[in-house]
Ligand binder design. Structure first.
Ligand code: 5AD
Ligand code: FES
Length: 387
């Protein structure tokens, strides 16, 4: 029997078509699987066949090897430090109508709110006192927040907290607007690409939104010099191994600083109310894979992951994630920023969330890293990752 020496999909195909006996099969399987993870590490890439195998396998040995490799990779670079990003959800008004999102404009049941500049600054003050080095201002695409208003808020935060990082997550804007926010003092921007497959994108969004424009925004953000984050939901309706493969390739090309991935969770007042929730297991496998493909990437263990499983965020960290984003929004509005059903942390004050996360992180042998959390990156305009 000629056991293929080259790992990867050809090897798998040859192996599957072979007539090896059981022990030989098991031995070969072990060799091939080991090689698969090694090959991912070596090439920082994955083939479509390997991805399919990785997402579908029930081989616990292989899965543990994947998880451990990712966890070790994160530890080699970041040690046991987990970065905190304080999330301020400052408006749930949105002019868009994404089919998956609970704050889409067509959801008449959403109770809308906007925080004032003073309220946003109060969140930053509380966060700063709790030791947060990064504020993430996230909101729907709300026309009330004109460039002037955003720049006014950003520059005020910049003056009050010169050492903090200011992250914006306000959706699609013109390059000119992104530049204005940057000049006002913002240094990071999160804009999930949602899916890198055009046809899939069109099934998740109304026709006025396009993947092409989304990608243009992401490239412009990088050009301006933002530390940029993209990302996608795991298990969104119509997602396939093929669309995930495209996500992975897109991430490899864009080289973002952060990749936010979390499970899709249906929201009762959206067209996807009856769709199946994304799986914990699949999310964890993809977190590990992304860690191996881009060792330096900042990878949050998301609130959505914590929502679908009580230890979801801890499991995320143990799969290679190294960021958590506790909520700094006033408790009075938390329930209203409902992107999906049963979102956690809606009743907790900022300090409670921070303490809860600290306990969780320390409980699995990690610790909270204070500060801006970008010491691993150069501050130059070249925002390429080191890999
Ligand atoms: N389930 C999980 N994640 C969601 N998001 C929006 N709606 C949902 C949902 N139903 C994610 C999107 C968006 C980010 C802010 O939240 O990926 O970019
Ligand atoms: Fe918010 Fe646990 S992180 S309560």
């Amino acid at each position: 029997m000629n056991i293929p020496l080259i790992p990867g999909i050809q090897a798998w195909q040859a192996y599957r078509e072979s007539d090896m006996d059981v022990t030989e099969r098991e031995r070969t399987e072990a060799v091939l699987e080991k090689n698969m993870i090694e090959e991912i590490i070596k090439t920082r890439d994955i083939t479509p066949g390997q991805l399919e195998e990785l997402l579908k396998t029930e081989d616990t040995g292989l899965l543990e090897e994947l998880r451990e490799a990712a966890c070790e990779t994160a530890k080699q670079i970041y040690g046991t430090g987990i970065y905190l990003r304080g999330l301020i959800e400052f408006t749930n008004y949105c002019k868009n109508d994404c089919y998956y999102c609970g704050i889409r404009k067509s959801n008449r049941n959403a109770v809308r709110y906007r925080l004032t500049k003073e309220e946003i600054l109060a969140c930053c003050k509380a966060g700063h006192e709790l030791g947060f080095g990064t504020f993430v201002l996230q909101g729907g695409e709300d026309p009330y927040f004109t460039d002037e208003r955003i720049c006014d808020i950003v520059s005020e935060i910049r003056i009050c907290y010169p050492d903090c990082a200011i992250t914006l997550s306000l959706g699609e804007k013109t390059k000119e607007s992104y530049q204005r926010y940057f000049n006002a003092g913002a240094d990071r921007y999160l804009l999930r690409h949602e899916t890198a497959d055009t046809a899939h994108y069109a099934k998740l969004h109304p026709p006025e939104l396009s993947l092409e424009h989304r990608m243009k925004c992401l490239r412009e953000l990088k050009e301006i010099g933002y530390q940029t984050g993209c990302g996608f939901m795991v298990g969104s309706p119509y997602q396939t191994v093929g669309t995930i493969y495209r996500d992975i390739q897109f991430i490899r090309e864009l080289k973002p600083h952060m990749v936010g991935i979390g499970p899709f969770i249906p929201h009762g007042d959206t067209p996807f109310a009856d769709r199946e929730q994304g799986s914990l297991e699949r999310t964890l496998r993809l977190l590990s894979l992304i860690r191996l493909i881009d060792p330096y990437v900042l990878l949050p263990a998301t609130t959505a992951l914590g929502t679908i499983h009580p230890q979801g965020r801890e499991r995320g960290i143990l799969a290679g994630a190294n960021v958590v984003m506790p909520n700094l929004s006033p408790v009075s509005v938390r329930e209203k920023y409902m992107l999906y059903n049963n979102k956690i942390c809606t009743g907790e004050e900022a300090a409670e969330c921070r303490d809860c996360l600290r306990r969780r992180i320390e409980g699995i042998g990690y610790r909270i890293e204070t500060g801006r959390g970008d010491k691993k990156f150069s501050n130059s305009k070249d925002t390429k990752n080191m890999f």
